[in-house]
Design a protein around this ligand. Structure first.
Ligand code: FMN
Length: 345
């Protein structure tokens, strides 16, 4: 049985959005090009770059421009910018004119102190006149349609997602993504899916639900409870990009797909190769560690496998370790690991 979703008004500039159900959330330090490509392979309909500072893009920061490296990228891709200076937001939008991107997203959700201190990210939920100025500046200067990502409000005393959502709809956003937490919650507690459902009902444009979807079951539950048009998946995808395949199976009315241990190893090898090609040997290997810390969970011997992988920053060695484990059909277990609690594996 296919999932029931609320009929929505799709902007004629984004006809592809009608079929988009599963998006990889923007995540700083995580959703770089190699990882986006891997997630798409398993069923992410769209990938987002890590957020980029509008001021950084405006002043030509090389490191900031690397975050939006989408040249030649296959499949749907979104770039996300943040900032509190409407002029910088406008100039960043103009400078992105030649970028390969399907949507330009504005970040109104980041809770990080260094961002909100300068009134960027989720701080703008508490300053709607400035938020409006920023949106107008981006819309007027972007060569692609614009979307926005919000939280439910600044804190429990100022929950205003409905007001913000309606404003964003009026200002021409092609969709609104809502992470079901306030800024004050950061990543604690649970995402409030009831508020996501409420925003779905309140808007005519697509609402993308976000927060705490970690597998096919929670994906199905979020869509059932909210009827949101699509889901953005963040932390759940780190180290387990194949979870998109299970979600795609839910949408296709197919039985849940199982990913074999050997395939996990081979995907991790591909990820290592991709990161090394993008960042060089040492940096590439270090970036993949962040993912490996969440891969192979629940397998006896996983901790030992990770330890061996962490012991090197040579991709050939990491790949050899993973290839041997794949051939054995399991992480090499040792006595120490067999006595560790499951949670540490
Ligand atoms: C390491 C990390 C980096 C993140 N970076 C961004 C970002 O650049 N832009 C953004 O809109 N959200 C960012 N987020 C928030 C996620 O996109 C997402 O909204 C949040 O994690 C909730 O979804 P989840 O429960 O699926 O992870 C980040 C989250 C994490 C954990």
């Amino acid at each position: 049985m296919t999932l029931d979703r609320k009929p929505v008004r799709i902007d004629p500039r984004t006809p592809w959005l009608a079929d988009v159900r599963r998006m990889l959330s923007p995540m700083a330090g995580v959703t770089d090009r190699p990882f986006r490509d891997i997630c798409r392979r398993f069923g992410a309909d769209m990938g987002f770059c890590e957020f980029a500072s509008a001021s950084g893009l405006t002043y030509g920061g090389e490191a900031t421009w690397r975050l939006v490296d989408t040249d030649g990228e296959q499949g749907l891709v979104g770039v996300q910018i943040f900032g509190s200076n409407p002029e910088h937001m406008a100039s960043a939008s103009r400078l992105l004119v030649d970028k390969r991107m399907d949507v330009l997203d504005i970040n109104f959700g980041c809770p990080a102190k260094k961002v909100v201190r300068k009134c960027g990210g989720s701080a703008l939920l508490a300053d709607l006149p400035l938020l409006e100025q920023i949106v107008r500046a981006v819309v007027a200067n972007s060569c692609v349609p614009v979307s926005a990502k919000i939280r439910t409000g600044w804190d429990e005393d100022s929950v205003n997602y409905r007001e913000v959502g309606r404003l964003l709809q009026e200002l021409g956003m092609v969709w609104v993504t809502i992470h079901g937490r306030t800024r004050a919650q950061k990543f604690s507690g649970q995402a409030d899916w009831g508020r996501i459902a409420d925003l779905v009902e309140a808007l005519d444009i697509p609402v993308i639900g976000n927060g705490d979807v970690t597998d096919a079951e929670s994906y199905r539950d979020l869509v059932r409870q909210t009827r949101c048009h699509a889901v953005m998946i963040g932390r759940g995808a780190i180290g387990t990009p194949w979870l998109f395949a299970g979600m795609r199976a839910v949408d296709d009315g197919q039985p849940p797909s199982q990913v074999e241990f050997a395939e996990m190893c081979s995907v991790t090898c591909d990820h290592i190769r991709g990161e090394v090609a993008a960042r060089g040997e040492q940096q590439g290997c270090l970036v993949v560690r962040k993912h490996i810390s969440r891969t192979f969970r629940g397998y006896p011997g996983a901790a030992s496998l990770r330890r061996r992988l962490y012991a090197t920053v040579e991709s050939a060695e990491m790949i050899a370790i993973l290839t041997a484990a794949a051939a054995a059909g399991r992480p090499e277990s040792d006595a120490e690991n067999l006595t560790q609690p499951e949670a540490n594996r």
